[in-house]
Design a protein. Structure first.
Length: 193
C-alpha cells in the first residue's frame, strides 16, 4: 500500500508540474510556439495573408544605439567605412518618442560603403504590443543617408508573422547629424501565413 501511495504522489506532482508549465506558456505569449502547435499550423497552410503595418523607429545614438567597433581607417574615411553600431531602438505608433510603444528594432548598423555614407542594417523587429506580442520580423537592407526613402527586405518572421516575406520602406521623419538622433517612418507590406 505504501508503494502505491508514493507512486500516486509522484504522478500528482508530475501532472501539477506540467499543468503549471502549460498554463505559464499559454499566458506568456498569445501565439502558441510549441512544436505540436507549429506542426499543426504548418499543416493548415492554405492561403497567405497580406498585412500592412505603419510605425516609427527612434534611433538615439549613445542611448539606444552605441558604437561597438571600428576599423583602424574609419576615422580617416569620409564615409565612416568600417564603423559598427549595435541598437535596441524603440518602435512606436506615432512619430513622437513618447507615443505608444509597440516593440523594439534590435540589431546592428554597419557603415559598409566606400562611395557614400550608407548604413547596412540587419535587424529584428520584436513586437511587444498586445496583438503581436512576441512576434518578430527579420529585416535586411542598405540605405544611403542621402536617399529620401529606402527599401529593405523582410526575410522572415515568427509568431503571428511566421514565414513572412515582404518589403519595408523607410523615410526619415527627423534627423539630427549633431546628436545622432533620428526618427524613421516605416511602412511594411508583408505576406505571411
Amino acid at each position: 500500500m505504501h508503494k502505491n501511495t508514493t507512486k500516486e504522489i509522484k504522478m500528482t506532482i508530475f501532472v501539477v508540474f506540467w499543468t503549471i508549465m502549460i498554463v505559464a506558456t499559454a499566458t506568456s505569449n498569445p501565439i502558441d510556439q510549441s512544436p505540436k502547435a507549429v506542426g499543426k499550423w504548418a499543416e493548415s497552410l492554405r492561403r497567405e495573408k497580406l498585412t500592412k503595418l505603419h510605425f516609427f523607429c527612434h534611433h538615439l545614438h549613445g542611448a539606444t544605439a552605441v558604437s561597438i567597433a571600428k576599423a583602424p581607417t574609419t576615422d580617416a574615411s569620409p564615409t565612416l567605412f568600417g564603423l559598427l553600431d549595435t541598437r535596441d531602438d524603440p518602435v512606436t505608433v506615432g512619430p513622437e518618442k513618447s507615443s505608444e510603444r509597440v516593440g523594439y528594432a534590435q540589431g546592428i548598423s554597419a557603415a559598409a560603403s566606400l562611395q557614400e555614407i550608407s548604413s547596412f542594417d540587419p535587424f529584428t523587429i520584436l513586437f511587444t504590443n498586445r496583438e503581436f506580442n512576441g512576434s518578430t520580423l527579420a529585416v535586411m537592407g542598405s540605405c544611403p543617408l542621402s536617399s529620401p526613402a529606402c527599401e529593405a527586405a523582410v526575410i522572415g518572421g515568427s509568431g503571428f508573422f511566421r514565414l513572412a516575406r515582404g518589403v519595408l520602406t523607410t523615410k526619415a521623419y527627423y534627423l539630427n547629424f549633431t546628436t545622432g538622433a533620428a526618427s524613421v517612418e516605416i511602412n511594411a507590406m508583408l505576406l505571411h501565413y
